[in-house]
Design a binder for this molecule. Structure first.
Ligand SMILES: Nc1nc2c(c(=O)[nH]1)N[C@H]1C(S)=C(S)[C@@H](COP(=O)(O)O)O[C@H]1N2
Ligand SMILES: [Mo]
Length: 437
């Protein structure tokens, strides 16, 4: 009697169904198609990864409570102080991160479709090296699916999972990026060869009638079906459909990031609509109702608590703040979720407020809002943002008082910081001399 194990992994006897190469019939699958999708992703993925890591830098998670509950580890590097010029820098960064990330969804799905027969390779690995490579694919595929799924849910401000989004998305990005680097290093030569063998874009000119399996003579590959059926669509139609899906999704990101006439066209974008009337008619991520802030909290009794850490304290009413020299600047709120808005804000420069409690020079700022709970109830600004003359405690927007939804009686607004650091319904500002990091 022969032992059962070797028989089970016998390459000549795969289990039935998808483990049999004859099961996969689309003539479109092959190294050219996979490589073409890979080439586009080779451009898109680094943009998403780079802007993601830059966003972490802009957040400055080591400052104050900016880590919002994250457990910082060695992977939370902080490379450079995020600049405050131009004021739309973070909006551009996040617009690219979210827009290109959304556009990548159809591309990734098509790429996974193009290689799915490999999931059922029999035996699963022939050599230890092959086994290692296939394990790296678990992190590559698992990583991108996890990053895209959590990213899309975050854009929708929908958190059905029980882990903390920022933590998970950030460490997931490290896992994915490492696996991506390995994958590119291993596959780049194959990709070039497969594309060059078919003269790069030439297969896009094939009509449906002329669409058949890739010639194995070009690049031998287990992706080429051994029992193909006739094509029902050309490669051009397949890539055109995937590309159209990408453009449609990418446009949702662009519409809410660039705004203006594009904003109403982003039909799937969650932050499309304006909020409020007149001067205050622009979108709101978290309304006063959602934050459980009522008119009573911010009525005549409201006072700003202003302090220098370990030093002077002041308490100012809104009329007192309005009596201070006011400045007006056109500044962009760039939300981490990829939407942005540029408005004309008026209020007191933050550095003037610091001077009132006797502080000058390199300062950081911790802000607390009236919100009782919520991850965004506190935020900190780094010394670059505090020193910038355009950084305001805003009291008015577009010539009118701030509406309750936009942070009445006062909100922080600073150039090029992540939107989440522009705290609304401010209760307390604490300035401190910046420590060298
Ligand atoms: N107190 C408080 N301030 C806040 C928020 C919040 O939830 N609470 N949301 C932040 C976020 S995520 C962004 S992008 C900006 C702009 O949000 P808005 O559209 O809700 O005004 O305000 C920030 N300020
Ligand atoms: Mo945000």
């Amino acid at each position: 009697m022969s032992p059962a194990r070797p028989r089970l992994l016998d390459p000549e006897r795969p289990p039935p169904g998808p483990f049999r190469p004859t099961w996969w019939k689309s003539p479109l699958r092959g190294p050219w198609l996979t490589s073409m999708l890979g080439l586009v992703l080779l451009v898109a993925i680094p943009i998403v990864a780079l802007t993601g890591f830059l966003s972490n830098d802009a957040y400055d998670p080591r400052l104050g409570d900016n880590a919002v509950g994250r457990h910082l580890g060695i992977l939370d590097f902080y490379l450079f102080p995020w600049p405050t010029h131009p004021s739309w820098l973070y909006a551009l960064n996040q617009g690219l991160h979210v827009g290109v990330g959304l556009a990548a969804v159809p591309l990734v799905l098509a790429k996974l479709w193009s290689v799915i027969p490999r999931l059922f390779l029999w035996p699963p690995a022939r050599t230890p090296a092959q086994a290692l490579e296939r394990v790296s694919l678990v992190f590559l595929v698992g990583g991108i699916v996890f990053e895209l799924a959590t990213g899309v849910l975050n854009v929708q401000v929908y958190y059905p999972f029980h882990f903390f989004f920022t933590d998970a998305h950030y460490y997931g990005a490290w896992v994915f990026t490492a696996a991506f680097a390995v994958h590119v290093a291993l596959k780049l030569p194959t990709m070039r060869k497969a594309l060059a063998a078919r003269r790069w874009l030439a297969p896009l000119r094939e009509s449906l009638e002329r669409t058949g399996p890739e010639p194995p003579a070009a690049v031998a590959s287990d992706l080429i079906p051994i029992a193909p059926v006739p094509a029902t669509m050309s490669r051009r139609a397949l890539l055109g459909t995937v590309g159209a899906g990408s453009v449609l999704l990418g446009f949702q990101g662009a519409s809410q990031s660039i705004g203006g006439a594009l904003r109403p066209l982003g039909l799937l974008a969650p932050r499309r609509d304006g909020f409020g009337r007149g001067a205050n008619a622009f979108q709101v991520n978290r309304s006063a109702a959602a934050a459980e802030i009522s008119g009573d909290d911010v009525g005549h009794d409201w006072r700003l608590e202003l302090r220098a850490l370990g030093g002077r304290r002041l308490s100012l009413s809104r009329p007192q703040l309005l009596a201070l020299p006011q400045r007006t600047h056109s500044l962009t709120i760039g939300c981490v979720e990829g939407w942005s808005t540029t408005q004309r804000w008026s209020g007191v420069p933050l550095r003037d407020l610091a001077a009132l409690v006797g502080l000058r020079g390199q300062l950081t700022l911790d802000t607390e809002s009236l919100e009782q709970n919520g991850l965004f109830a506190t935020a900190s600004l780094g010394s670059e943002a505090v020193a910038d003359e355009r950084s305001l405690l805003a009291l008015r927007v577009n010539g009118a008082d701030l509406s309750l939804d936009h942070g009445h009686p006062a909100r922080v607004i600073a150039p090029a910081v992540p939107g989440v650091h522009c705290t609304k319904w401010v209760a307390k500002l604490t300035f401190r001399a910046a420590q060298r990091r």
